[in-house]
Design a protein around this ligand. Sequence first.
Ligand code: IMP
Length: 380
Amino acid sequence: MFKNTAIVGAQFGDESKARITHDLSKNYDWVIRWAGGANAGHTIYRKGKKYVHHLLPSVNWDYNTKAFLSLGMAIDPEELLNELIEAEKDFPGVSKRIYIDPAAVVVFPSHKEKDRLTNSIGTTNKGIGPAYQEKYARAGFDFASCIYGSSPTSNLIKNIIDMGVQFKSVYEMLPVFHNSKLLFEGAQGVLLDINHGTFPYVTCSDTTLSGIGSSGFSSLLNTINVIGIAKAYLTRVGSGPFPTAIDDENIENDIRLKGNEFGATTGRARGTGWLDLPALCYACDMSAINEVILTKFDVLFGMESVKVCTSYKMPIRNGKDLIYAVPNYAEMQGWKDSNDQNLFDFILFVNNHLMNNTIMKTKVSAFTSGLKDEDFHIID
Ligand code: IMP
């Protein structure tokens, strides 16, 4: 029914969006990033090799898919150049398949310095806040205004162009996009969204479907199937409310180690918690998520029981209210492997909860383990 797809983080980021995007990308002409910048840490595995990237979309470059970095992003040219050089080593000529909207905001070294000096909420120090701050104060520089001149930034951008990257606005590209299959790749998650997240403990971009619209794709919004990605548990990195944080240090550590829950951008240990269904329902409705893919169920293998938050003592009115949320839990029997009936009961439980508690009538359409591609289960 839908021609295009968006992959949205339905939690606090780090839900394995990159892996899903990478797997799906071969079926699409374009993979488009619409939010954030090098604060994102996207990890994928290809032929046994681990790749971590921050700005380039998670395209499987073995196919003909191209990439577009939209104007909703804040892009650090230095980081981008490094990523292009890395990508060229395995995929010579790949830079020619990468397009950037010249209206995307440029992140300067001064933004990163300011981020480091003013960081009060545990940001990634990638200059994201200060760069967007200038944009919304109508003072920031976009790529179009930095290309000419002889500043260090202009030279970096010239190098990027010399590698073959093309600068094209979304308006110029719309005829192409309307005739192509598009996969939109989200960064961070709905609970970190500037408008709908746990403000002020949020990032500075629009991580929901509406960010795709404001990046210039409004004419395509009704063609997009929105898939939310959520882990079978929850993690959060940086400060801010985390109602289902696990208070048992052993369980918390166990999940962190098994799930390799350390920031791909900063290396910070992520806090771990139980799956939070009210927060997930909220994320689904705030980003028009039609279906959810549950990831990393294998991290919980061997646990005697698994908790799931099914409601809060007081309902929330918005993301900010998570600071007051006190969870009520259901306790479910743990599972030992991918064929365990207890795992299927858990998936069914999550599915029924989402269907009954979201305006979107969101369903669970698939579930997948952490790393093994073959352990991907589609629900009919
Ligand atoms: P900033 O985006 O670097 O300004 O950081 C703001 C908040 O978002 C901090 O709590 C970060 O830890 C969090 N954050 C930003 N990017 C990511 C991400 O890719 N995954 C998880 N958390 C993130």
